[in-house]
Every structure is written in structure tokens, then in C-alpha cells.
Design a protein around this ligand. Structure first.
Ligand code: FAD
Length: 378
């Protein structure tokens, strides 16, 4: 291993999580190097649909909903600053979402969410079948009703990734693309550096592991990180005109409009390890779901197919914050289906903590301490 230069912080992983945190730390005065094994923002952060949906993604009230709503609050200022400093638009849209019930069961499950949403002051409204068709005339006649969620938004995550790369660069982050981090080095319980696949090393007192679905593969951590890849397949249609400016969602699929006229259809959720690509079954499920929602999409050209690996944790929550067993090690991974939504708050918290500043609190269920293996008794 050749001796390397010294940096205040090395960030491992250049998705939206790593880029966002690196930019934030650099803006707070740290000398930051970000190491990316491939190209920045070309993995899950590129493959995603870009929905910012704390309410729809929350299965119940709790820390995920609170954290998601807090992150959503940051979005306007966060993208405003990013767009101003980079001169790029990321197509952030406060569109709202309609969650459509295609069966009696779906209707019941959606209506059951209304009391707890309204109890939290979230703007949701039930539309009966007639009201729904007036509001969204191109939906299937089978739609029984729908829940209008005013504060579910979306962003073009591919544009966001490019803008964040540029923003991190402008903030002074050195981006080393095409080199994987192999191992975190420590001495006497403190981080001292990172060894890269190319045999070089970087001396640093702080490392942030933000390697998405690959986070478990980084060596030298106090314990294996319980992160696994969860494949998501998606496709894009090019309808003559978009069915709605809003997000549309059933229990099978969601439809996301893009500024260039594409309509994204997502997404499968599959435990197949790091097996890349799209499958006949996956595409069939997505197309059938899309056509059940908006039948006229059957005429739309199918123009793109892709997949990506979500970073899944055991409990579905992100793993965030300083590691309790290795000083100088920070973790920001396991964002599963919501890393785009949670990117601003993750960046703000990690950026501040790594710079030694006061940060918004991390919910206890998200802290790295929960990944410790309990000691065996007897
Ligand atoms: C199909 C699909 C749809 C999704 N839709 C949404 C959505 O609508 N809304 C939402 O909020 N989220 C969505 N997500 C989830 C979201 O994409 C992820 O949670 C988020 O992108 C995670 O960001 P990340 O930076 O942690 O991971 P990634 O974007 O995967 O970035 C991790 C980076 O680390 C790099 N890396 C890995 N190992 C190393 C190493 N050893 N050394 C150096 N670099 C390394 C990788 O090359 C990669 O670039 C979706 C995901 C998928 C797959």
C-alpha cells in the first residue's frame, strides 16, 4: 500500500447520499475526498423514480414518517440552492399524488389511512369514483375511488445526481471516480485511513460509508453491515400526452411523469442478490399494472427498460450516524426505497456531525448501534 495524502474526510460512495453529505461537509470547511467505484450517481440514485412520498411510503405513524416529512420540508431550499449554484434544473415538482383503488380491498386499505393522516395534519382527500374521473379523466373505469395526497412530490433523480456531483465539486470535494474503497484502516479504536482497490491509501480521521447496496462489502468495519441489494425493475413509456401531471399509484405500480414526456412505470421489489437486468416477468407485471390504471397506455411506445439495487436494511430503516465502536466512522446507508426523499436531511445531519457541529436529531431506530450483534449469554 503506497502512502497517501491526508484529508479531513473520505466519503465512500457517490450516490445522492454520499454526494449530498460530501457537499455539505465541504461547505462546512472539511477537506473532502469522495471515492466512487464507477461513475457518480449511476446506481440506485440513477435507477430510481424520484418520488418524494413520505406519506405513501409510511406503513404507519412513526419515525420513518416523521423523518420523511422533515426531509420533504428541506427540499425547496435544498434544490433551490443546488440549482442556483450549478445553473442546472432538477425538475423538482410539488405535484401531489393520487393513490387509486382498483378493488374493494384497496379502497378499504386506503380509507383506513385517512384518519391517521388527517390526525397528523396531512392534506389527504378521498375522491369517489365520479370525483376521481373528473379529476383524472384518463384513469380506468375500474377505478373505485382514490386518495389525493397533496404533499407527495417528485424530482428528476438523474438530473439531481448530475447536479449534486457538480455541486459537490464546486464546494471543493475531490471526486475520485473509477476507484473502489477496499478497507477502512483504524488504530486504537480510531479511523486512520482508507485503502483503495488500486493499492493507494488516503490518511483521514473520518470515513463516511455511503456505498448504498454495496456497503456490506467494505472491509475494516467493526461488524458486518446488515445491508443487502433489493432489485427494482422499471420501464418508461412515451405516450402521446402524459395521463396526469400528478403521480398516480395503485397497489401494483406507480406512474411518474417526466418533463420530456416520458412516463416512468415502477417498480419491482426483488431479492435476487446483485443479479442485474430486467426480466420478462418483471416487465409483464409493470405493463399489466400500468394498463390497469390507464388503459390507453397500451398504445404508448415502450422506450426504456432498466433496473437498480436499493440498499435494504433488516428493518427497512436507514442506518445513520456515528458508529458507536469506531471513532471517526460514520454511516449513511440502508435508505431502501426512499434515498432520494431522505437525501437532504441525511446530508444535513451527516455534514454537520462530521464537521463537529450541532445536527438535527437522528431517530433512535436509525442509529448504527442497532446493528451490533447481541452478546450471547451462557
Ligand atoms: C427502481 C428503483 C426505484 C426507486 N424509486 C425511488 C423513489 O421514487 N424515491 C426515493 O426516494 N427512492 C427511490 N429509490 C431508492 C433510492 O434510489 C435509493 O435509496 C438511493 O438512491 C440510495 O442512494 P445511495 O447513494 O445510498 O446509493 P447509490 O445511488 O446506489 O450509490 C452508492 C454508490 O456507492 C458506490 N460504491 C459502492 N461500493 C463502493 C466502494 N467499495 N468504493 C467506492 N464506491 C462504492 C456505487 O458505485 C454507487 O455509486 C428507488 C430505487 C430503485 C432501484
Amino acid at each position: 500500500m503506497s502512502a497517501g495524502k491526508r484529508r479531513d474526510l473520505v466519503v465512500v460512495g457517490g450516490g445522492v447520499v454520499g454526494l449530498g453529505a460530501a457537499r455539505e461537509a465541504a461547505r462546512r470547511g472539511l477537506g473532502v475526498t469522495l471515492v466512487e467505484k464507477g461513475h457518480p450517481a449511476r446506481e440506485a440514485s440513477w435507477a430510481a423514480a424520484g418520488m418524494l412520498s413520505p406519506f405513501s411510503e409510511a406503513v404507519e405513524e412513526g419515525p420513518f414518517l416523521d423523518f420523511g416529512l422533515a426531509s420533504l420540508e428541506l427540499w425547496p431550499d435544498w434544490v433551490g440552492a443546488l440549482e442556483a449554484e450549478t445553473g442546472r434544473s432538477v425538475a423538482y415538482r410539488e405535484s401531489g399524488k393520487v393513490r387509486v383503488a382498483l378493488s374493494a380491498g384497496e379502497e378499504e386499505r386506503l380509507q383506513a389511512r385517512i384518519p391517521w393522516a388527517q390526525g397528523r395534519g396531512l392534506a389527504v382527500h378521498w375522491l369517489d369514483s365520479e370525483g376521481l374521473r373528473e379529476f383524472e379523466p384518463r384513469l380506468s373505469k375500474a377505478a373505485r375511488g382514490g386518495l389525493l395526497v397533496e404533499r407527495d412530490f417528485h424530482v428528476d433523480n438523474r438530473r439531481l445526481g448530475s447536479a449534486l456531483e457538480e455541486g459537490a465539486h464546486r464546494a471543493g470535494v475531490e471526486i475520485r471516480a473509477g476507484t473502489a474503497a477496499r478497507e477502512v484502516h483504524s488504530r486504537k479504536g480510531r479511523v486512520v485511513g482508507v485503502e483503495l482497490e488500486d493499492g493507494t491509501s488516503i490518511s483521514t480521521p473520518r470515513v463516511l460509508v455511503a456505498a448504498g447496496a454495496w456497503s456490506a462489502g467494505i472491509g475494516g468495519l467493526p461488524r458486518p453491515l446488515p445491508i443487502r441489494p433489493i432489485r427494482g425493475q422499471m420501464l418508461a413509456l412515451a405516450p402521446a400526452s402524459l395521463p396526469s401531471p400528478r403521480l398516480l399509484e395503485s397497489e401494483e405500480v406507480y406512474l411518474v411523469p417526466r418533463e420530456d414526456g416520458r412516463l416512468l412505470v415502477g417498480a419491482t421489489v426483488e431479492e435476487v442478490g446483485f443479479q442485474p437486468g430486467v426480466t420478462g416477468e418483471g416487465v409483464q407485471a409493470l405493463l399489466e399494472g400500468a394498463l390497469r390504471l390507464v388503459p390507453e397506455l397500451g398504445k404508448a411506445p415502450l422506450i426504456e427498460l432498466w433496473s437498480g439495487f436499493r440498499p435494504g436494511s433488516e428493518d427497512g430503516n436507514p442506518i445513520l450516524g456515528p458508529d458507536p465502536d469506531l471513532e471517526g466512522l460514520f454511516l449513511a446507508t440502508g435508505h431502501f426505497r426512499n434515498g432520494i426523499l431522505l437525501a437532504p436531511l441525511t446530508a444535513l445531519i451527516l455534514g454537520a456531525l462530521m464537521a463537529g457541529e450541532t445536527a438535527p436529531p437522528i431517530p433512535t431506530p436509525f442509529l448504527p448501534a442497532r446493528t451490533r450483534v447481541p452478546a450471547r449469554s451462557g
